[in-house]
Ligand binder design. Structure first.
Ligand code: ADP
Length: 503
């Protein structure tokens, strides 16, 4: 048990574009925080890399500064949350990475995935992992690293090399190379982990050609991951929780029971619905994933992602120059002709769940001479709501097939949800109640809550649910007929950008 003075938890939040350390008090208030931007490397078409040494340096620096601000003896523990799927391979003896980390967005292994699909392996992979066969997940990235590092496979088989998602890389470094571990939420994104038996799976390892000796130990999300060394970060501190970023955000939103759902609206959008003890194999091209593993008890979730959410607003701002600041999008949307039928399908990089159509490209449809900037801005905001309805429809279908009710409320966070017009539109076009919490820094908060649970600051997950505070609730006011008519127009617009896929 921590002492009374030790009432702070530090979340280390290692994201795609930055690394942050945030000290929270037990009320979820931010006490101190530091952030360092992460350089991106694009060495080829569709390739995205990070330097794992940059990640570790930034983690160490932000932790040192945040712990110094928090003051001697005030911090009880560290919780880690991280960009998922990004793959690091390092030498166990030197602790040095053998290549740059391959980032989740990287598509270089598309051909390898296509070969496995041609062998008919996708249904088997989905049944074991809950995932689709896609370069997004770690397995094919690790395969690529082993193929391109000198003697990679032989050295991996001899136990000389270590693989990890970013959490494992950070734990290894923080503990001075003493611990090679990950948690079940991160393991569930590798495509090597059987999410029913909660173990690395020999069929998956052989399909992807991965030697078992390279993999980390898989632990509960809440529990000991070793001691971060004082000579590295300023104080000896236990690492007591680890979770992937979207799973941590679901905890930060207190989506801890079946039927609760969160959706994060940043650059893209990630929606997660807690399905409790049920692992549902999606029939609608959603992902199933581990939401958390606490005390050996696994909770599952259905997940859907959209590539373009806030990024659509950025495009309207930077490329169409409709406004200077994202917040002005709602000023234009209010001015739009309510009878306009303009639709913007933001398939700039294809479409994500539930379409998974890499060939689709964006379009603005339904323009008349009466339509202008206001109608297009509104269509951009509405596209995020319509895409959310697409995800909700897919989730509802998967849940109905298993006899579970669909979530009726949606807890939202991320940069877009400061926009009240958008939140109301989301309620109207999805027909769901939208709940916006006071604290929208849900990813770091979730990691801190999990560590607080392990440290005994929280007695149970009920304390996390009690700590969640509503800022504002948005109820649907649009009539059912209008909602469905508009959704039909959206579906027609999507069908147009997908013509190639269908013929
Ligand atoms: P990320 O974590 O992916 O970098 P954030 O959660 O910081 O993203 O959210 C930033 C996104 O939110 C940007 O894409 C921006 O266009 C969008 N955004 C910010 N403010 C608003 C607003 N008032 N209305 C609509 N979109 C907004």
């Amino acid at each position: 048990m921590p002492t009374r003075a030790q009432n702070l938890i530090v979340a280390l939040d290692q994201g795609t574009t930055s690394t942050r350390s945030v000290a929270f008090d037990s009320e979820g208030r931010i006490f101190a925080s530091h952030q360092v931007a992460l350089p991106q490397h694009y060495p080829g078409d569709g390739w995205v890399e990070h330097d794992a040494e940059d990640i570790w340096r930034a983690a160490r620096e932000t932790l040192q500064r945040t712990l110094a601000d928090a003051g001697q003896g005030r911090v009880a523990a560290i919780g880690i949350t991280n960009q998922r799927e990004t793959s690091v391979l390092w030498d166990r003896k030197t602790g040095r990475p053998l290549a740059r980390a391959i980032v989740w967005q990287d598509r270089r292994t598309a051909d390898q995935c296509a070969r496995l699909r041609a062998k008919g392996l996708e249904p088997g992979i989905q049944k074991l992992t809950g995932l689709l066969l896609d370069p997004y997940f770690s397995a094919s990235k690790l395969g690529w690293l082993l193929d391109h590092v000198k003697d990679g496979r032989a050295r991996a088989e001899a136990g000389e090399l270590a693989f990890g998602t970013v959490d494992s890389w950070l734990i290894w470094n923080l503990t001075g190379g003493a611990v090679h571990a990950t948690d079940a939420t991160n393991a569930s994104r590798t495509s090597l982990f059987n999410i029913s038996t909660q173990s690395w799976d020999s069929d998956l390892l052989s399909w992807f050609g991965i030697p078992r000796a390279v993999l980390p130990d898989v632990r509960d999300s809440v529990g000991p991951f070793g001691i971060a060394k004082g000579d590295l970060v300023g104080a000896d501190l236990p690492i007591l929780a680890v979770a992937g970023d979207q799973q941590a955000a679901a905890v930060g939103q207190a989506c801890l029971k079946p039927g609760l759902m969160k959706s994060t609206y940043g650059t893209g959008c990630f929606a997660i619905a807690n399905t409790g003890e049920r692992f549902i194999v999606s029939q609608n091209r959603l992902l199933s994933t581990v939401a958390s593993r606490i005390g050996g008890h696994t909770t599952y979730a259905l997940e859907g992602s959209i590539f373009m959410a806030g990024a659509t607003i950025q495009w309207l701002r930077d490329k169409l120059r409709l406004f200077d600041d994202a917040a002005q999008s709602s000023v234009l949307a209010v001015q739009a002709d309510p009878h306009s039928n303009v639709m913007l399908v933001p398939a700039f990089t294809g479409l994500g769940a539930p379409y998974w159509d890499a060939d689709a490209r964006a379009a603005i449809t339904g323009l008349t001479r009466n339509d202008g900037a206001a109608e297009i801005a509104r269509a951009g905001l509405e596209s995020v709501s319509f895409q959310t309805r697409d995800l909700l429809e897919a989730m509802a279908a998967d849940l109905a097939a298993t006899g579970e009710p669909a979530p009726h409320a949606l807890r939202v966070d991320g940069g877009m949800v400061v926009n009240d017009w958008f939140c109301q539109n989301l309620a109207d076009l999805t027909g769901r109640v939208i709940e916006r919490p006071v604290v929208t820094e849900t990813t770091a908060l979730g990691a801190a809550y999990l560590a607080a649970l392990a440290a005994g600051i929280f007695a149970s997950t009920d304390d996390i649910a009690r700590a969640w505070r509503l800022d504002r609730r948005f109820e649907p006011v649009m009539g059912e007929d209008q909602r469905n008519a508009r959704y039909e127009r959206w579906q027609q617009a999507v069908a147009r950008v997908r013509l190639k896929a269908e013929h």
